[in-house]
Design a protein around this ligand. Structure first.
Ligand SMILES: [Zn+2]
Length: 353
C-alpha cells in the first residue's frame, strides 16, 4: 500500500474536520507519495524516534512535531535535528492530534472503555451537522436514500435512517449539449419529484454526496446543503458516562490507574471517599473541561493535567477531580492506532514507540 492509503484510513477514522482551530494536525513533513512498508506510531516525535528512521516510510504521532511558526531551522537544535532526519530519510510525518481526541472511537472511547462506562457522550460536542436536501424523480427516492444512509447520513441519537420526504413539481430546461435522463434538449420539462432531506455529520458530507451522485439518475443532480446550528453529538472533547453501578471514587481511581499501566494519581482535588456513578474523562490537558464535566452531571473527573486553581474550583463545586499525567492518559494512542493499522493493513510493519 501507499502512504496515501494509510493517511486516508486515519482521516476516515479521525476526520481532519474535527481538529480544533489552534491545532496543527495533518501532514507535517512530506513526501506523502510513495510506498508504505513500515510505519512508526508514537505519542511524540522525540529524538529516539528520529535516531532510527532507516526504512521507515511514515511516522504517525499524536502531538504535532511542528506546532508554532518557525523563524529558522538550525540543525544543532533538537527540532532542527528531527527535521533533518526526516528530510534526509524521505520519511513522512503525520500528526493525528485533536481529531483523535474528538472523534467517536478515539481516545475518549478508549478511556471510557477502561471503566466500562455506559451511555458515553462527549463532554463538549464539537462536530458539525449539515442538512442535505436532494431532489429526486419519483420512483428513485428509496435507492438514493439507501445510499446516503449507508454513507453515514440520517442518524439522530439512537435512530437511524431518519429522513423527510415531500412531493412537488421539479422543472428544468435541458441546455445545448446536455443528455437529459427525462425530456429533451430545448424543451422545458415538469417532473414529479421528491425532496428528500436528511442530516449529515459535516465530515461525512463528501461521502454522502458521492453516494447521491452515484445513485441519482439525473446528469446534473439538484441538491442543497445547509449549515445547521445543532451540534453533532457524536464527536467532541472529553467523554462522560455512567458506571454500571455506584462505586467508591477511590476504587474507580485505582482501576483507572491500573488500566493506564500503573499510573498513580498526580493530583487529587476533592473527596475520594465518596460514592460515584457518573464519571467524566479527558486525556491530556483536560483542566479547561472541568466545567463541562460538572455540567454533564459528573461526580468524578479523571484527566491528565488540571491546574491548581481549576482543581480547587472543581472541588468547591462538588466535583472530585483527579490528574494522572498528560503522557500517561494519552499513551493509549500508540497501542490503539497501532492495532487499527495492523488490522486494516496486515502487510504493514507497524512499530509502536
Ligand atoms: Zn496531549
Amino acid at each position: 500500500m501507499d502512504r496515501q492509503d494509510v493517511v486516508a484510513f486515519l482521516n476516515e477514522l479521525f476526520p481532519p474536520a474535527l481538529a480544533e482551530d489552534w491545532d496543527r494536525s495533518g501532514l507535517q513533513v512530506g513526501p506523502l507519495e510513495g510506498p508504505c512498508r513500515r510505519v512508526v506510531v508514537a505519542l511524540d516525535f522525540d529524538l529516539e524516534v528520529a535516531r532510527d528512521l532507516s526504512a521507515v516510510d511514515l511516522v504517525v504521532t499524536h502531538h504535532p512535531l511542528l506546532f508554532r511558526p518557525l523563524d529558522h531551522v538550525l540543525p544543532e537544535t533538537p527540532l532542527g535535528a528531527k527535521l533533518q532526519a526526516l528530510l534526509s530519510s524521505r520519511t513522512a510525518c503525520y500528526a493525528v492530534h485533536t481529531p483523535y481526541d474528538s472523534a467517536q472511537g478515539g481516545l475518549g472511547e478508549v478511556l471510557a472503555g477502561y471503566l466500562g462506562l455506559e451511555e458515553v457522550r462527549p463532554l463538549s460536542p464539537r462536530g458539525r451537522l449539515v442538512k442535505l436536501a436532494v431532489f429526486v424523480p419519483c420512483g428513485h427516492a428509496d435507492r438514493v436514500a439507501e445510499a446516503v444512509f449507508a454513507a453515514g447520513a440520517g442518524e439522530i441519537g439512537r435512530y437511524g435512517r431518519c429522513s423527510f420526504r415531500s412531493r412537488g413539481i421539479g422543472t428544468f430546461l435541458p441546455g445545448e449539449g446536455s443528455h437529459p435522463y427525462l425530456g429533451e434538449v430545448g424543451r422545458e420539462e415538469r417532473v414529479d419529484e421528491i425532496r428528500l432531506e436528511t442530516v449529515v455529520p459535516a465530515e461525512r458530507l463528501p461521502a454522502v454526496l458521492a453516494a447521491v451522485k452515484g445513485t441519482h439518475p439525473y446528469e446534473e443532480v439538484a441538491y442543497d446543503v445547509y449549515p445547521l446550528e445543532n451540534p453533532s453529538p457524536l464527536h467532541g472533547l472529553g467523554r462522560g458516562g455512567d458506571l454500571p453501578g455506584p462505586a467508591a471514587a477511590s476504587d474507580v481511581v485505582c482501576r483507572f490507574g491500573e488500566a493506564l499501566g500503573g499510573a498513580g494519581p498526580r493530583a487529587v482535588y476533592g473527596d475520594l471517599g465518596r460514592e460515584v456513578r457518573r464519571v467524566a474523562l479527558c486525556g491530556g490537558s483536560g483542566g479547561d473541561l472541568w466545567e463541562d464535566a460538572l455540567a454533564f452531571g459528573a461526580e468524578l473527573y479523571l484527566t491528565g493535567e488540571i491546574g491548581y486553581h481549576q482543581g480547587r474550583a472543581a472541588s468547591e463545586s462538588g466535583l472530585t477531580a483527579v490528574a494522572f499525567g498528560h503522557q500517561e492518559t494519552e499513551r493509549p494512542f500508540v497501542g490503539h492506532v497501532g492495532r487499527l493499522l495492523n488490522e486494516r493493513f496486515p502487510d504493514l510493519m507497524v512499530v509502536e514507540r
